[in-house]
Write a protein that binds this ligand. Sequence first.
Ligand code: WT7
Length: 694
Amino acid sequence: AERRLRRMLEHLVAPQLSTVSLDRSVCLSQTANANAAQEDVVYVPGDFARKSLISSRSQYEELYNEAIADPNAFWGRVAAGYFWQKLWDTSKPICNYNFDADKGPVFVEWFKGGYTNVCYNALDRHVLAGHGHQMCFLWEGNDPGQNAYLTYSDVLKKVCQVANFLRARGVKKGDRVCIYMSMICELPIAMLACARIGAVHSVVFGGFSSESLAGRILDCQAKVLLTCSGGRRANKVLPLKQIVDDALQICLKEGNFRVETCLVYDNSFAIPRQNVPWVQGRDVWWQETISQFSVDSPVEWMEAEEPLFMLYTSGSTGKPKGLIHTVGGYMVYAGLTFKHAFDHQAGDIFWCTADCGWITGHTYVAYGPLLNRATSVIFEGVPTFPDAGRWWQIIDKYQVSILYAAPTAIRTLAAQGDEIVRKYSRKSLRLLGSVGEPISPKTWQWFYDVVGDSRCPIVDTWWQTETGGCMIFSLPGAWPMKPGCASLPFFGVQPVILDQEGKEQHGPCEGYLCIKAPWPGVARTVFGDHERYENTYFKTWKGLYTTGDGCRRDADGFIWITGRVDDVLNVSGHRISTGEVEGALVSHPLCTEAAVVGYDHEVKGQAIYAFVSLSHDATPSDALKKQLQDAVRKQIGAFAAPDVIHWAVGLPKTRSGKIMRRILRKIAARQFNDIGDTSSLADPSVVDQLIKGM
Ligand code: WT7
């Protein structure tokens, strides 16, 4: 296998791209926001721009302006790069929409009337063009030495087999299929199999608890569930099939709902087969069943606006929303953003470290790379196992040229010191990417200097589950980078920054980030609840898509994302709703009230601080703290457990009973001198009591 890999890499890696060099220079503009010192540091993409797809701001501007002035020409040209079984209706505008809820239902349509299939464009198209032998996935297991290498034709065959199995089990176009797996190749294969037959996949991240999984299965009424016996992360075993069984029990008890088929990949490396719980008649072993199916499978041609997948994400309140992404727009947007955000070119080895359970994994592990016929690394494990050199070792082993990672992982590795990084060559790297949360200038600098040897541009990509693909990012090679700055919008994306009153601001400013008109990748609805979609994204500011993020624009027109302006938390890049965590806490019989806020954390970015009031007969104790944390683990997942539990005699509330989180955030951050105005509180003495209770 090692020899095969080496041969394959020789075949793949293009002659060394000329070394990329970036020069530190002074700021483009001396008038930039003076209170942000980091804006003084600017990195000019020197040699990188000689070979990059876009190499100047003017080249970018030409395309950016065209995409807005003539979307038919711009997006029509991009979409024409894919196979359409029937072209969209070219006599109508390529995009139809209404963002103004007062004028009727909000809707977005792209490429209406066109028929295509995302799986066909991601696999068949390349195989038919003679690229079947090209490596598609280079899989690296949790334990070093565990590998799998699949070519494009290998993947296509496996996808067809799963697609045929699903059809045999009665799955039809529009049916929902839930996927709950660890990061093995069969996870993207399962997604593609659904896409092939027009089933709507709902991937649930393997870190979610059985109760969360049950809630998602019930919400979308999944017909089939695809899973694996277990997974491994560092020294831990994830008993995925056990969690699935618990979840399906809950579905039966609480929703009187039965999943008909459960296909289980036997991952005996994690869990021996005889230890896997089994329900006769419902459960089927993946390997032995799938091998009986044909490696050819017809494609279901899908109308552009039919759903491709749904993905649940958290807002500030209520249960998670199943956002729907559609076939045509998502395909075109995933494909084009992948190509440009990462300057993807023939010979690149791409590695996105995200899990397929999040949107980053959907767009930049599964769909984006395959639509561009990229070769990517898929890694099942964690950055620090068996030691903190694992990522750098993988980069050398596969000659990774593009690394796309999350700031939380970068901070974890930076804390381990430079020596372990420098033990590895990393010469193959030419581009670094960041996603999921703001990357601080300090972390940016370390990523740039140490990981990239001051040689690789860093692409800071801002986007969301709702946007389908990257929206605002430092297009590599096109303009100078500022550490911690996402910079400018992608082709066709029109950000507007509003003040407190909702007035659009121009020039340097700070405010709420909204988007003016649709881009192809925007989510079209919330599954089963279009009203919630309208209320969440289109009612706050008339006629605009509300992102929920705040930002600042500097004198160069560059946008700096400042973080959420609602009650959504971002812990280690995981999006968590304060309301959901509070709900889990108050489900404990001794908890009468809970309020959750985030506070700054070295590694996680944000950590969770919970103020908890207990019933009068309860005594605070460490054991009770643990029970409360366990309640959150059980109802959401371990990643959402509060870091701090603060026993609160009372919570700061307005006279109308609204909890003032602004005050709680200050207390959690220990900024006691900066609490601000407390006069509107029903009982201002609560604040002093809380501070005394620290
Ligand atoms: C929220 C969306 C996009 C894929 C992963 C997260 C924050 C994301 C950045 C960035 C600053 C960022 C925002 C956004 N965020 N990327 N580069 N700089 N903030 O997707 O789970 O839907 O979370 O993540 O607050 O709203 P998600």
